[in-house]
Design a protein around this ligand. Sequence first.
Ligand code: ADP
Length: 156
Amino acid sequence: MERSLVIIKPDAVNRDLIGRIIARLEEKGLKIVAMKMEKLHPYKLKDHYAHLKDKPFYEEIIKYMSSIPSILLVIEGKQAVEVVRKMIGPTQGREAPSGTIRGDFSVSNQSNLVHASDSTETAQKEIERFFKAEELHEYQKMNFDWIYSKDEKSLK
Ligand code: ADP
């Protein structure tokens, strides 16, 4: 099974949307294998958002993302990276379709509530950036047999 890093960002924490966002991930059938609250340090965020360092809004996202704590999760499932990206929707809240988390709860380019890894390669780097190996849990869930078919369970 694949893993993705999800960050429930400071705006979602401030707007009391933590529970609703986690509920959506759970309802979909995804498995939470790690979760914590952390006020993200700018040095970690500078790494995380290095691909945006030439954008005019770069300093502002570092400030916004380090302003109050975020909730960090590692989510596991078949094709979890793609599945979670589809669930959160495109970056711009006003353009994100209804039914996606950003589309339903955000009207902003910056304050778009959630981060999720955009490829399996970045997911691995991001999980290592924000979690120690011992914070990731391996466990069986009772509903697993009802979430995937026999064939799907044996595939990645
Ligand atoms: P995504 O979060 O969808 O992977 P990016 O990696 O391009 O998108 O951007 C990272 C974050 O930077 C966005 O989630 C958003 O918070 C912020 N951001 C992106 N575009 C803008 C913008 N035009 N103005 C302000 N903030 C932005």
